[in-house]
Design a protein around this ligand. Structure first.
Ligand SMILES: NC(=O)c1ccc[n+]([C@@H]2O[C@H](COP(=O)([O-])OP(=O)(O)OC[C@H]3O[C@@H](n4cnc5c(N)ncnc54)[C@H](O)[C@@H]3O)[C@@H](O)[C@H]2O)c1
Length: 355
């Protein structure tokens, strides 16, 4: 199926901007509904001005009036729902906004889209799809010898973030089963790439924040498999929209597990190649820190269904994509510093003291 007009909630975020760009590259008209929180990077798409075919609307998924307004005005044939509070550590310090945006916001999106969708004419109603975007963290923590997550794996969320995403996933599936809304659920592992807010793992370990002289990392001491950290989930989301079966769940991951420590060391080595530090190898400067409460020790995904039904494959070799990403953060040090300065600088969150 082809889509002409896609509404993306959270379209100014890290994954959202990549999805928007891919849709625009395919000549699809796009409207982003985004509350433009601290995490938004609309500049990843707009550059020197909004591209043709793109509309960015400031609005809140918790507000039915905002969602109804853009649906009525834009008349999308597909919706990709990404808007969320997405940082686990922040969810430990302040879980309420996660409940409000990730659960209530998803409820509002489902309710409002359903009311609008029911009024569509037959063919438009048949054609419409909603892709709900979630995380592998809803499945909890794997033991070292456990098989990877599949769509049948029971939910066992362990952080306020993953609990809120799990609740949202259940609502999304319920709206398909109960009201017939053509919902496709996706769960993916960690993504990386340019424009990710510099509080997530790779932008923290990458150098933008500490230009060589104060290199530190918040490297968790225990193993945390990262599944596939991929820049290519966005192509999976579009494949799910175009070829996914409503009611089904697709998992995306690159069969490529890394422990946090090993990944941090690899980034250090890449960084040494890009910009050598006079003190020598950066991996020697890494410091381990305590795990956050509720830390998941391992994630891994079995993406077979997405590969078979959607024809999805990771597009980039992991180390090439990682090196490009590290280089991007080196080249965009000013962007990183500016973003952090607006929040009063970087500080480690999620130590479980204030929740
Ligand atoms: N980044 C990852 O590795 C990853 C992995 C698995 C799943 N996900 C999921 O993918 C989605 C996008 O993740 P991301 O990394 O791009 O997140 P992000 O934090 O970079 O972006 C989230 C976007 O949502 C917007 N937003 C927040 N609250 C909103 C509200 N109430 N109304 C409208 N917009 C709001 C923000 O302004 C921001 O632009 C999320 O649902 C997340 O749970 C992300």
């Amino acid at each position: 199926m082809t889509f002409q007009r896609v509404m993306v909630t959270g379209g100014a975020g890290f994954i959202g901007t990549a999805v928007v760009q891919q849709l625009l590259d395919r000549k699809v008209s796009v409207l982003s509904l985004d509350a433009l929180t601290y995490a938004a990077s609309p500049e990843a798409v707009d550059g020197d001005g909004l591209p043709a075919g793109y509309r960015l609307e400031a609005g809140d998924v918790r507000d039915p009036a905002d969602v109804a307004r853009v649906l009525t005005e834009f008349q999308p044939d597909g919706v990709i729902h990404l808007a969320a509070e997405s940082h686990v550590d922040r969810s430990i310090d302040g879980p309420q906004s996660f409940l409000e945006t990730n659960v209530s916001g998803t409820f509002v999106v489902l309710e409002t889209v359903t009311s609008w969708w029911r009024e569509l004419g037959g063919p438009a109603r048949e054609h419409f799809r909603l892709v709900h975007v979630s995380t592998d963290e809803v499945f909890g923590s794997l033991g070292p010898d456990d098989p990877p997550f599949t769509a049948e794996t029971p939910y066992r969320p362990r952080s306020p973030y993953s609990a809120s995403k799990a609740a949202a996933d259940h609502f999304a599936r319920a709206w398909h089963e109960t009201y017939g809304l053509p919902v496709i659920v996706t769960n993916c592992s960690n993504n990386f790439g340019p424009w990710q807010f510099p509080e997530k793992f790779i932008p923290v370990v990458s150098p933008g924040r500490s230009p060589g002289s104060r290199f530190r990392s918040t490297v968790r001491a225990t193993r945390s498999g990262t599944g596939s950290m991929s820049t290519i989930t966005q192509s999976g989301l579009i494949a799910a929209l175009e070829r996914g079966t409503p009611g089904l769940t697709y998992l995306f991951g690159g069969r490529n597990e890394w422990a946090n420590r090993a990944l941090a060391e690899l980034i250090c080595d890449m960084l040494d190649g890009i910009a050598p530090d006079k003190r020598g190898a950066r991996r020697k400067l890494l410091e381990s820190v305590t795990d956050r409460p509720g830390h998941d020790s391992r994630y891994a995904i079995d993406p077979s269904l997405a590969e078979q039904e959607l024809g999805w494959q990771p597009r980039h070799a992991f180390t090439d994509a990682l090196r490009d990403t590290v280089q991007w953060y080196v080249d965009h040090r000013t962007w990183v510093e500016d973003r952090l300065a607006k929040l009063g600088g970087y500080r480690r969150r999620g130590l479980g003291e204030s929740a």
